[in-house]
Design a protein. Structure first.
Ligand code: SF4
Length: 386
């Protein structure tokens, strides 16, 4: 049985004297696990691990959040959300700030809880913020089926679900992002399986290896990615066989397909990607909050100075953002990557020993991008003081 140090030593020996390699971990849980387990610190300097767009909160466009905040302030509407969305800054408000202004915003731990809440509160229009990748989509589909079976007229979804594969394809089409392979997401792959990555290995010549979240699993996957990148024989492999099968979870996939269909959607920083989102099928349109309340979700913009877009695409590391640790900290986040527990900036802050940095310590080159806290977004500053 090899220890993590043994596997890391094997990786180091493999890359010795070879060209530098760049691998992307797609999943936000991997980003955090790579830090927490110490795997990042075991890897050689010539092997770069970059984070990809796998944190659902981070890739949700600001238009979605603004629509949720606007809806929350309407009379008779209750917003139910997973907790990690609460503090993400919108254009002028976060959901937490909307709640402080009197909006009814509740945190739930499952889509099913949202259906139950709607049953118990027939006088309220209950809107569940349906976000996440293929991992959370089956639960949203089930919630719609349960709501319909119960004849609920006061329940709907604000759909922001995303699909991982179209985003991977978009990254591969970007010539400014040279990648040698993907550490594929463990949780998502439980649902979608491993076969779906074969086109990436075949058409783009990039290796794809699915990993679990233990140090051994992630290191084994990295070891295989390195071997395939250096040999020039990319393929799809599975280092998480206890949970992931080639065909995925048929039941979950059927559930998704029963209720949703692919649609073009906006990703923060990546723009509109074809068929990268999901919308409710026509027969379930009654449960679409965007239609019911006449909302548009697709606008996207960034707070001044925030470089979340480049962080999400793995083009820069969080410490390259001039706001990191200065104007943007976990207790006072500017962008979503600093809010979400799976966000790259939050992970870097927590695991690289970062502390809040005084603005006076910035170099002259960094200062113009910072602005003052009020200049970052006057509306946010104002709403915080309420
Ligand atoms: S440090 Fe903050 S402002 Fe900079 S990219 Fe990350 S979340 Fe955005």
């Amino acid at each position: 049985m090899r220890t993590p140090r043994d596997i890391a030593a094997s990786i180091e020996a493999a890359v010795q004297g070879k060209r530098a390699l760049s691998l992307m971990e797609i999943c936000g849980t991997h980003t955090v696990s790579l830090f927490r387990s110490g795997v990042k610190s075991l890897l050689p300097a010539s092997l770069r691990l970059v984070s990809g767009p796998g944190c659902p909160v981070c890739v949700t466009p600001v238009g979605y959040l603004d629509a949720a905040c606007e809806l929350a302030l309407r009379e008779g509407v209750s917003i139910l959300s997973y907790g990690d969305m609460m503090r993400v800054p919108g254009t002028s408000l976060s959901l937490a700030e909307s709640r402080a202004m009197g909006a009814r915003v509740e945190v739930v731990y499952s889509a099913r809880s949202a259906v139950r809440y709607a049953m118990e509160h027939p006088g309220e229009q209950v809107v569940f913020l349906a976000l996440g990748f293929e991992t959370t989509t089956p639960a949203s589909a089930l919630a719609v089926l349960e709501a319909r079976a119960a004849g609920l007229r006061n329940f709907s979804l604000l759909v922001g679900h995303k699909r991982v594969l179209p985003a991977m394809h978009a990254l591969l089409e970007d010539p400014s992002l040279p990648l040698d392979g993907f550490l594929c997401p463990g949780h998502v792959s439980v649902v979608i399986g491993t076969r779906v990555y074969e086109n990436i290995a075949r058409s783009y010549a990039k290796a794809c290896v699915v990993a679990g979240f233990e140090a051994e699993s992630m290191l084994c996957a990295i070891e295989r990615l390195v071997a395939m990148a250096l040999s020039g024989r990319p393929a799809v492999e599975n280092c998480y066989p206890v949970a992931v099968r080639p065909e995925g979870n048929r039941l979950a996939l059927e559930l998704i397909d029963r209720v949703f269909e692919p649609s073009d959607t906006t990703w923060r920083a990546l723009g509109v990607l074809p068929e990268s989102g999901l919308q409710l099928r026509t027969e379930f349109a009654d449960y679409d909050a965007a239609q019911r309340f006449g909302l548009s979700l697709e606008a996207d913009s960034h707070p001044p100075g925030c470089r979340c877009g480049e962080v999400i695409c793995g083009k820069i590391t969080p410490d390259a953002c001039p706001l990191f640790r200065v104007a943007c900290t976990p207790s006072d986040p500017v962008g979503p990557c600093m809010v979400s527990s799976e966000g790259s900036c939050a992970a870097w802050f927590k695991y690289t020993g970062a502390t809040v940095r005084e603005a006076s310590s910035l170099t002259m080159r960094e200062r113009p991008a910072l602005g003052t806290p009020a200049a970052v977004d006057p509306a946010r500053s104002e709403s915080r003081s309420r």
